[in-house]
Design a protein around this ligand. Structure first.
Ligand code: EPU
Length: 344
């Protein structure tokens, strides 16, 4: 396995941030992964897994071993009349995998079409869109456990999936996800309750059309990273305790909100940002997109410092107006490749 030095990661992260990694390698097997871990330990470097790069904020210099997992196998493990179980390597491109499932007549993931990134990153933040979260269709996750020094299987119930969250966010250094095992449906159970998805589908109530409409809606709202470098939703939709929500609702009766099972209420971060006048507004090279205020765009070769200046300013304005602190969704890395808190 070849360890390269001083590698520019700009084209490997969808925000297009200029970031040079001191060390970089591609892992194609479990043996490669073991060698990479050994190298990082000997060189006293953190190992940082870079997947599709669509949910990360990178500093200009990274003194770390950046690893890309090119583990692309796809194996049908079991199939009966109702379900199919598929093992998918962490390095598969997410959207291409979703398209493949639909072609095969395997259902469940159609609402998650066009989400950028790779399969191995999907469980980490439990990617979700249009009423579906990936955790619902995961049977187990296969990972290299760096504490046990072996491959382990983590059942979905032990992954603690919740909104944009899982165990992999709590113990980021411990597990290197190598494959995800999905249990999909053979008979479609379409979820069309989100927004105007059902209306968009018209009379063609099929999984294929559901996938097409999700793609169309995403394309109409979300910028293509190739044209406008971005990291999807930049902030999580905040979840408020009931009393706080009621205070906000009284002052702002039109706030879009989604009651949660435990009595808390999720509110739309995009709406909060929009209300502060940030939709389509820029601070220097970085701004919030004019068709979806929740998406931060790098308009011109911005650095992490530029990105931080903009999102902190957005956070401040939302905090001043609503008393709500927005939490960024992308993971922030420091110069040593360790995950940093967004709170400073
Ligand atoms: N809104 C505004 N102004 C805006 C944007 C949104 O007023 O500029 C309002 C909308 O009118 C709507 C509400 O906010 O009433 C929610 O907007 P939308 O339905 O577009 O979804 P979202 O809450 O902004 C979430 C996910 C998206 C996912 C969509 C669809 C988060 C942080 N984001 O966005 O996920 O695609 O729902 O399910 O949960 C991502 O994570 O990268 C992502 C794109």
């Amino acid at each position: 396995m070849d360890i390269q030095t001083n590698i520019q990661l700009q084209s490997f992260n969808t925000l297009n941030l200029n970031a040079v990694a001191s060390h970089y390698c591609i892992v194609r097997s479990l043996q490669d992964l073991r060698e990479a871990i050994e190298f990082a330990e000997q060189a006293q470097l953190n190992m940082m897994i870079l997947s599709g790069g669509s949910n990360m904020l990178l500093p200009e210099h990274l003194d770390a071993l950046v690893v890309q997992l090119h583990l692309n196998d796809l194996v049908l493990l079991a199939e009966d009349d109702t379900n199919v179980t598929i093992r998918v390597g962490a390095g598969r491109h997410w959207h291409e995998f979703v398209l493949w499932t639909t072609e095969q007549g395997f259902y469940g993931l159609q609402n998650l079409a066009l989400i950028p990134g790779w399969v191995g990153a999907a469980p980490v933040q439990n990617i979700g869109a249009y009423g579906v979260e990936v955790g619902e269709f995961i049977e187990f996750v296969e990972a290299f456990d760096r504490t046990k020094n072996e491959i382990v299987q983590i059942q979905a119930s032990d992954c603690h999936f919740s909104y944009r969250h899982s165990i992999f966010k709590v113990q980021p250094e411990r597990f290197v996800i190598t494959a995800v095992i999905f249990k999909l449906l053979k008979q479609p159970q379409l979820k069309m309750n989100y927004g105007d998805l059902k209306a968009a589908m018209g009379d063609d109530i099929t999984p294929y059309n559901l996938q097409q409409q999700v793609i169309k809606i995403r394309q109409s709202k979300l910028p293509d990273p190739a044209e406008y470098p971005n990291a999807g939703s930049f902030f999580k939709n905040p979840i408020l305790i009931k009393t706080k929500f009621e205070e906000v609702l009284q002052l702002h009766p039109s706030i879009p909100h989604y009651p949660q099972a435990d009595g808390s209420v999720k509110v739309a971060a995009g709406w909060l940002i929009d209300q502060t006048g940030w939709k389509g507004k820029k601070l220097g090279k970085v701004g919030m997109f004019d068709r979806q205020a929740l998406v931060l765009v790098n308009y011109a070769d911005a650095s992490l410092t530029d990105v931080q200046a903009t999102y902190r300013s957005v956070q401040q304005d939302v905090l001043n107006k609503f008393g709500i602190l927005l939490e960024p969704e992308p993971v922030l890395f420091d110069q040593k490749g360790s995950i940093q808190s967004h709170l400073v």
